[in-house]
Design a protein around this ligand. Structure first.
Ligand SMILES: [Zn+2]
Length: 111
């Protein structure tokens, strides 16, 4: 089952570029995508929810800008709804759930 996250949840995940453990707070959710604001470990507290990013699955977009799993070449579940709402920017994370692995895949912009 895909993990469930709610607005305001504190999460931890490995940075898409550096692999470092990173903390964030879910600031917005639409469809299967969410926007995460980066926060410090102290702000995250003792019990952040863990993103189980599957190593084999990675975030990609097709020619229409639809989020897909690069490994499985399948659309992420409930991909971006109105992609204009999710402008890339520092501290923002895009993601969705791979239909094949049911794992959350993420792409971080400027983290
Ligand atoms: Zn996948």
């Amino acid at each position: 089952m895909p993990e469930q996250f709610n607005q305001g949840d504190t999460v931890e995940f490995n940075d898409a570029y550096t692999g470092e453990l990173t903390y964030g707070r879910v600031s917005r959710i639409y469809g299967g995508s969410m926007m995460i604001s980066k926060i410090s470990k102290e702000e995250a507290g003792p019990n952040p929810k863990r993103f189980n990013a599957q190593p084999g699955c990675s975030y990609g977009e097709d020619e229409n800008g639809t989020p897909i799993c690069r490994l499985h070449q399948t659309p992420l579940v409930a991909g971006l709804v109105g992609s204009g709402m999710n402008a890339p920017g520092p501290g923002h994370v895009r993601g969705g759930v791979c239909q094949v692995s049911s794992k959350v895949v993420l792409a971080a912009d400027g983290l």
